[in-house]
Write a protein that binds this ligand. Sequence first.
Ligand SMILES: [Zn+2]
Length: 434
Amino acid sequence: MHLTIHRGTNQIGGSCVELRSGGTRIILDIGMPLTDEFGKKFELKRYKQYSEQELVKKGALPDVAGLYYWSNTQKVDAILISHPHLDHYGFWGYVDPYISFYTGPIARKIMQLEIMAPGGRKSVSMAINYKSGKKLKVGAFAVTPYLVDHAAYDSHALVIQAGGKTVIYSGDLRMHGHIPQATEYFLEHAPKGADALLLEGTMMGTRSDERCRSEKELETEFEAVFRKAKSIVLVYCSVQNMDRIASIYRAAKRAGRTVVTDIYGAEVFNAVWKMENQKDMANIVKAMRVFYPYSLAQMLGTRNPALLRKYAGLQIKSEEIRKRAKELVMLVRPKMVDDLTIIGEMEKADFIYSQWEGYKAEPDTARLLDFVEKKEMACHEIHTSGHADRQSLQKIVDKLRPKAIIPIHTENPKGYKEFGVPVRRLQDGEEAEV
Ligand SMILES: [Zn+2]
């Protein structure tokens, strides 16, 4: 089996791996990088003036023959997405729509949401869904996806076999979220002694004894703040982080507060919970109230008025928010600063920052934090990583006992030595034989 990491040997985000065996070529993830060549947040709009072919030349899109819709060479046989985070699927709009596209069913639903990419790509002609633990045949490859615990919903690790060799791709995973048993199941059932384990190492830059707090612990911390706060509690977190949303919702319920989200959040929760077909999850959406931020409502008014109507029954307006401030937890985003100003009385609010600390430097986030500071809100930080800490990574290696580890999705590939298994370091674009 031949393996090429097109991006990810030395950075977090933008992962793209190619595997080739017996005349079949498959791609694992087609992510958008988190940072550009200057170390700033990667923004596709900065590349607007370039043609797609130029995007490949500039190194924004990975240089993979037969992957894109304009390519004339022999097509890639399949694309397999590990989970619905932009740094793993963000460039899917550029790939040839006739290439078979594998992912988890709910992950696909999230990727296809109109609100995630208005006017963007929403379908592929050959969509195949994962079923955790069930082997799929992809040309010369057999691929078994396993559901794992991660901040994104419906995340999978992949066991890939061809020509008598086994490669395991961890995707992004952890053991301290709400479904650690999923990761445990994967570790129990995946084959031991694989020829190579492509292991994510997002947390390899942290101290080795640093343990990630669990989502359960966070839930307790949220509840304490919700109980103590004298007025509205604003929480800044990713609405795609379903584990976090679940923690916030449960804590709010116990503290007697109602969660308010915006239309964007409502759309994401609605998609996930409908697909899961779980009554209690559907009830969560029904128990929430939906706020219509001015700029988002304006945009949807012209582009998708049906979406505005969809949540009209759950809508909460500024006046009610002001009146019921003490009973509410509101999920906020930087674009809502003007709306919060209009709602008013924010001096009394508590603010919880529930994201990776690195985002604080981004101009949008800085604007929100500036607003919070000016209003002198009581501030709290309640967060845990979506990725395995070093102790969990060690556990993963110990359970799987691979012949070699190949670092991916990490800024510290050197650190992998500590796991006690041979490390095979590759460079982006370098082809290796497994
Ligand atoms: Zn991820």
